[in-house]
Design a protein. Structure first.
Length: 257
């Protein structure tokens, strides 16, 4: 996150989705209907562990928390990501590195095919900031991992006002993850929204499925995000889209400090 006087969570998520931001605590925080295609519920999604030792416990806690959903389970498996946290078809790769003074604590990106179907996803956590005294705390680490993994399911934020009282969910912006209430784990609204997103069934599945090689490239830098599609929240929110052709694209939603 760009370290300014407010040091907010506003730069927490650079997300590969197009949404209208929700500012209430209601269970209505889907990212534009994006979801993993599957033919039955509950389904199991692999979370590839490419993390250093300090991060592993937080991924396992987040996986356990999200698996309390009635429609999905997650399993932490060995990571397959290579340089720049390259995505793997049909699953989520979770990585950490000192990415530099990029302006973000964590980034979640999804690759979309056929309009709304997620085909692969990555989560990147920036040690450049987590190695500082401000963010090198268990509550910050847990909230960021929980939130970024939650975005890869198609969840939006419940609230983007960092000065509000905590909603008790990692899908809520905050200056103080410990609260009270704590913003380190999902809450009932998150589980309810997952049920809404995944109530319907698809005729095919993108879980574990192959993605065309042209859409596999890691997208790390703003110059790679494609066309700027939308600017809002006084310039703090920007939406980019990169089209790979044949119905495959990456949409990157950026919240800056």
């Amino acid at each position: 996150m760009r370290q300014g006087s407010r040091r907010t969570i506003a730069a927490l998520a650079t997300l590969a989705l197009v949404v209208a931001l929700q500012t209430t605590s209601s269970a209505n925080h889907s990212w534009n209907g994006y979801h993993w295609a599957r033919t039955a519920n509950p389904f199991t999604l692999d979370l590839g562990d490419n993390l250093s030792s300090v991060w592993k416990q937080f991924l396992h806690i987040a996986s356990s928390d999200w698996s309390q959903s009635t429609v999905l389970d997650t399993v932490v498996v060995s990571g397959r990501a290579k340089r720049n946290c390259r995505p793997t078809s049909g699953r989520v790769e979770v990585c950490n590195a000192a990415y530099g003074s990029t302006g973000w604590l964590g980034v979640a990106q999804i690759w979309v095919s056929g309009g709304t179907h997620i085909t692969q996803a990555t989560v990147k956590i920036n040690d450049t900031y987590f190695n500082t005294s401000t963010y090198n705390k268990p509550e910050w680490r847990q909230m960021v991992v929980c939130q970024e993994v939650g975005h890869t399911f198609g969840l939006d934020h419940q609230d983007t006002n960092f000065s509000n009282t905590n909603l008790g969910t990692c899908m809520d912006y905050t200056n103080n993850p410990l609260g009270p209430p704590s913003n380190t784990d999902p809450n009932k609204h998150d589980y309810d929204e997952l049920v809404t997103i995944y109530t319907h069934r698809d005729s095919t599945t993108t879980i574990g499925a192959a993605t065309p090689s042209g859409a596999l490239d890691a997208v790390d830098n703003p110059s790679e995000w494609g066309q700027l599609m939308k600017v809002s929240h006084g310039g703090k929110t920007q939406v980019f889209e990169r089209d790979f052709g044949n119905g495959h694209r990456i949409v990157t939603f950026v919240i800056w400090a």
